[in-house]
Design a protein around this ligand. Structure first.
Ligand code: BTN
Length: 246
């Protein structure tokens, strides 16, 4: 237990090359992404028991219930292209012994169709940061009412609580492996794995009012849609509404 009386977030010793060169563990921060962008160091990990200003994609807040979730960011210096593809694969693989999580374009993880993990990449100067918010031991009431029908946690999906420090270890270990591949020139290899895992090619989707079929995933992770008004291109992370798979 930490000073706060809650289970420690300190992971067991890491056998990694890049990720976890330094690990900073906080009871509370505004945002682990903000801290990781400020601090220096390739492979620096910032993890917190709670966030007071967790950041989500599209400027949305990331609700960070205390003592229940995994809120972690990793900084890379120089920036590592392809992190947005590598991180969701790393989380999916870390969860594999516990449950089957599915990737949802661009980089959410769903369990049983409900969101269990969100990922936010940010860059400042010569540093990029990947932030992972994983719902671990949340009960339904730990989510704000508007999210209760769309979000889930590992505990809700598996029927038991999980040790966040062990999960952190598993996620960082998998992320390190992916980063080694990225830095060895394997961005396209990881991107292909990610695109296949998203299972988005061939799906019907609506983008800026036009409905069509996703015919390809672009090299930057964006989508190419064939619509009645011609080919449309959605950038990675832009709002695209996916239709139900048949
Ligand atoms: C999303 O909108 O789906 C992305 C959410 C990312 C949340 C994580 S929690 C750890 C890290 N710190 C932040 O402020 N955000 C990310």
């Amino acid at each position: 237990m930490s000073d706060s009386g809650h289970a420690s977030l300190a992971p067991p010793p890491l056998d990694t090359r890049i990720v976890g060169a330094r690990v900073l563990i906080y009871d509370e921060v505004d945002s682990t992404n903000a801290r990781a962008l400020e601090a220096a160091g390739d492979g620096l990990v910032v993890v917190a028991d709670r966030q007071t200003a967790g950041r989500g994609r599209h400027g949305r807040p990331w609700h960070s219930a205390p003592h229940t979730g995994l809120y972690v960011s990793v900084a890379f210096e120089p920036p590592t292209p392809g992190l947005v593809f590598a991180a969701p694969l790393a989380v999916r693989d870390a969860l594999a012994p516990l449950c089957q999580a599915e990737l949802k374009w661009p980089n959410d993880l769903l369990i049983g169709g409900l969101k269990a993990c969100g990922i936010l990449a940010e860059q400042r100067g010569n540093r990029n940061v990947i932030g992972i918010g994983l719902n671990v031991n949340h009960r339904r009431d730990d989510f704000p009412p508007e999210l209760r029908d769309r979000a889930t946690s590992l505990a809700l999906a598996t029927g038991c609580d999980h040790d966040r420090a062990l999960l952190l270890h598993a996620v960082l270990t998998r992320l390190d492996r992916q980063v080694i591949v990225l830095r060895a020139g394997g961005v396209e290899q990881v991107r292909r794995l990610w695109a296949d895992a998203c299972r988005i090619e061939g799906r019907r989707a609506r983008y800026k009012g036009d409905e069509g079929v996703v015919v390809a995933v672009a090299p930057d992770g964006g989508l190419v849609l064939d619509t009645p008004r011609g080919v449309r291109r959605a950038l990675f992370g832009e709002q695209v509404e996916l239709m139900e798979a048949e």
